[in-house]
Design a protein around this ligand. Structure first.
Ligand code: ZN
Length: 431
């Protein structure tokens, strides 16, 4: 059992002063408010307490190319030329490499205030494309990285079968992602076994995109989730919208709503390119939009129609996606600034941090500091709005995840070891 006191804390019921939290077995077991600063040395005292932020969308291994693809390689670089570079690097990432890279990424997520990650995991097979004896060998390394860092995990094994609309055969660069439905069922079962060794991990599913999954496959996949979250990449790129229109006569989000039972079990990742009626359908559906503003800017995807979506009651969360930069504050700032630049207004989305906590639904959990909830708590050295808008350096001080203090003084408790492992790996990969 431990006790934390905050000058001010953002509880599920709103901001309160003099907040005393009792934690036991990873959860908040009691909350008192208007408590004066305790003299008792066994009570830790902190300035501002806020709930940990869910990170809805990560491809942990892509952290390894952060900063390595920012020079033009052809007349016009795009998402698709970036993807070629990413595929080249990925060919050198086996189980050990994946675990080291994911541990670094998850450590940085905790230090940034993210307390649970949705890992959209598609690097399933060996570097030669052959399957491992344990179909969840690679997924197990994601679980090991979550275990080493303490981050909460919602593992989303990806179903990927085709290179494009119309059931196109996969390219050699995609060999490591590929399953048929039976193979995917085996992967799911083995992934659930791996995840069971963590405190409160969940396993959902992720049909990769409408490009990579046929309509028949998508229909077969939905019940395989057994009620757990379903995530899908959708309408991230204009080319994807054009290809979908050419093959189906429908736009991606429109097609998905016409062919799948979209509800609060779903997370539509990106959903950047939507017409007004698609935005309205998504807002009304109960699904979460998984927005990744840093990656969407980095890859030149476009700007999500957030103002119109929120006006219609739409809900969203944020994701660090390619992990080119891991920062909850920066994701939110860029989301809001994109809207300000497009609409030439200020405070377009308003109360951003609290709104983005809605994303927890897409990870199959609840968010917020309340009795009975997991003790996933972040302490800040400054006010919340300064954290989001006015801090070049991270003001995250401590982070508790499932009641354990994983970050102290802004540093993960295992930072030195995890960083040394990562540096050794980078020397090997870039030699
Ligand atoms: Zn993604």
């Amino acid at each position: 059992m431990s006790t934390l006191w905050f000058e001010k804390a953002l509880l599920k019921s709103g901001w309160q002063s003099g907040v005393l939290l009792t934690l036991a077995d990873g959860r908040v077991t009691a909350i008192e408010t208007d408590v004066p600063s305790p003299k008792d040395a066994s009570v830790e005292r902190h300035a501002i307490g806020i709930p940990g932020m869910p990170n809805l969308h990560s491809h942990a291994f892509q952290r390894v190319i952060a900063g390595l693809t920012e020079r033009r390689t052809s007349e016009q670089d795009s998402f698709w030329s970036w993807r070629e570079q990413m595929y080249k690097f990925q060919a050198r990432i086996g189980p050990d490499e994946l675990q080291t890279i994911a541990a670094l990424a998850y450590m940085e997520m905790l230090e940034a205030g993210f307390t649970r990650v949705g890992e959209f995991h598609y690097l399933h097979h060996g570097v030669d494309g052959r399957t491992f004896a344990d179909p969840a060998e690679m997924a197990g390394r994601i679980v090991a990285a979550a275990e080493a860092t303490g981050i909460g995990l919602t593992l989303l094994p990806v179903f990927y079968a085709h290179a494009g609309f119309g059931g196109l055969a996969p390219t050699p660069g995609q060999a490591r992602f590929i399953h048929d439905l039976d193979g995917f069922q085996r992967l799911l079962e083995a992934s659930r076994e791996q995840a069971a060794r963590l405190d409160d991990a969940l396993v959902g599913i992720a049909p990769h995109s409408l490009r990579a999954v046929t309509p028949e496959e998508l229909t077969a996949l939905v019940p395989m989730a057994q009620g757990a979250p379903i995530h899908i990449h959708i309408a991230e790129q204009v080319k994807e919208v054009e290809d979908c229109l050419a093959h189906t006569g429908r736009r991606p989000v429109e097609w998905l709503f016409d062919h799948a039972p979209i509800n609060d079990q779903w997370c539509l990742v990106h959903a950047t390119h939507m017409m007004a009626d698609e935005t309205a359908r998504l807002a009304r559906s109960g699904a979460i939009a998984g927005l990744c503003p840093i990656t969407e800017a980095n890859l030149g995807d476009g700007v999500f129609p957030a103002r119109d979506y929120l006006k219609q009651g739409g809900r969203f969360g944020i994701g660090s996606d390619s992990n080119v930069l891991i920062s909850a504050a920066e994701e939110l700032r860029l989301l809001e600034y994109g809207q300000r630049l497009v609409h030439r207004e200020r405070n377009v989305l308003d109360n951003l941090y609290v709104r983005a906590l809605d994303g927890a639904q897409a990870l199959g959990v609840e968010s917020g500091i309340a009795v009975g909830q997991p003790a996933d708590i972040v302490s800040l050295d400054c006010e919340l709005d300064s954290f989001v808008f006015a801090s070049a350096r991270s003001p995250v001080d401590c982070v508790w995840r499932h009641g354990r203090k994983q970050v102290s003084g802004g540093r993960h408790v295992k930072r030195d070891t995890l960083l040394a492992d990562y540096r050794r790996l980078m020397q090997k990969l870039t030699a």
